[in-house]
Design a protein around this ligand. Structure first.
Ligand code: NAI
Length: 331
């Protein structure tokens, strides 16, 4: 099938080209993000493949539909950027990659935590300047600390197991607790208890109306002073201004953020020459105890191969009129 790939990056082409040797689709790689202004590039394509920061709002979907597109294949797990109601009304099918490597994302969350706690970035830059002093680099043992996992689906479950491996006490909050974790000694508690008792909090819920800004001035106020907050979920889970206020007051020990609520036009871009227009992100970057990565938690060879394989299999299933096991529908 002819597929228009939007927002394509060098790091992913190889895995798609390799996986496509088996599926034989006709892939056209396009660099622009999918927005109402670029949707017409998909004219004559029955399917488009979109990434996390493409804009799949009602207007984009209407243009795609008018141009003959019938399938939206997301090469991501998250689908908060798609207007599913609009897609359904237009008769557009939406498929995604529900699971690729939960380990990739959980391990990145741990990388952020360890780098922040043991001051890796500061230590590295000091040593580059031949400053071998240790002042200001004191961290804490993870062993014996309380780690709160918000959302124990695929990724949160791996995260909980890793934190157990560090000999942390692990608390969790989820609408549907995972009995496997309970057996491993993870304790499910209401969100306010998790906030109040955790030394480290890691977010692994999807972005929905009920999780939007779940970390806000109120929840931040309930947290322990010095709490480490890690977000590899979605930027919109955190009210960024409230986080900045808490960082300014010294309430937060450190924040590791792989996602940012206004990342759409910033992440995945090289702005080193044009500069940053986003004052909120610019303020976040001034804190020495904030570590930001550009939505890269998924970025491992294993995850990329799995994403390519599932995306192309989803498209083949649509082409052959088979059941779409990875279809996304509005609730
Ligand atoms: P999942 O669907 O397996 O698990 C999500 C869990 O959140 C479920 O257990 C669900 O019951 C729980 N949940 C949903 N709404 C809730 C609420 N209001 N309160 C409490 N719990 C709630 O999803 P998975 O695969 O673990 O991924 C989680 C999120 O991670 C994705 O939705 C996506 O946004 C993000 N993600 C980020 C990546 C990155 O590169 N930074 C890569 C992949 C996913």
């Amino acid at each position: 099938m002819k597929i228009a790939f939007f927002d394509v990056h060098r790091f992913e082409r190889q895995s798609f080209d390799q996986a496509n040797q088996k599926w034989g689709h006709e892939i056209v790689y396009l660099e622009p993000r999918l927005t109402p202004a670029t949707a017409q590039l998909a004219a004559s394509f029955p399917s488009v493949c979109a990434f996390v920061n493409d804009q799949l709002n009602q207007r984009t979907l209407q243009i795609l539909h008018a141009e003959g597109v019938r399938l939206i294949a997301l090469r991501s797990a998250g689908f908060n950027h798609v207007d599913l109601n609009a897609a359904e009304k237009l008769g557009l099918q939406v498929v995604r990659v529900p699971a690729y490597s939960p380990h990739a994302v959980a391990e990145h969350a741990v990388a952020l935590l360890l780098a922040l706690n043991r001051k890796m970035i500061r230590a590295h830059s000091r040593i580059q300047e031949l400053n071998f002093s240790l002042d200001g680099l004191v961290g804490f043992d993870l062993c014996g600390k309380t780690s709160g996992i918000v959302g124990t689906g695929r990724i949160g479950t791996v995260m909980a197991k890793i934190m157990k491996g560090f000999e942390c006490e692990v608390l969790a909050f989820d609408l549907s607790p995972n009995p496997e974790l309970t057996r491993l000694g993870v304790q499910y508690v209401p969100a306010d208890q998790l906030y109040a008792r955790s030394d480290i909090i890691s977010l692994h819920v999807p972005l929905t109306p009920s999780t939007h800004h779940m970390i806000n001035a109120n929840s931040l106020a309930q947290m322990k002073p010095g709490v480490f907050l890690i977000n590899t979920g979605r930027g919109g889970l955190i009210d960024t201004q409230a986080l900045i206020d808490a960082l300014k007051r010294g309430k937060i020990g450190a924040a590791g953020l792989d996602v940012y609520e206004e990342e759409e036009t910033i992440f995945f871009q090289d702005l080193s020459e044009s500069g940053l227009q986003d004052d909120v992100l610019a303020r976040l970057l001034t804190f020495p105890n904030v570590l930001i990565t550009s939505h890269q938690a998924f970025l491992t060879h294993e995850a990329l191969s799995q994403i390519a394989e599932t995306t192309l299999a989803n498209i083949s299933a649509f082409e052959r009129h088979e059941a779409l096991i990875n279809a996304v529908r509005s609730q």
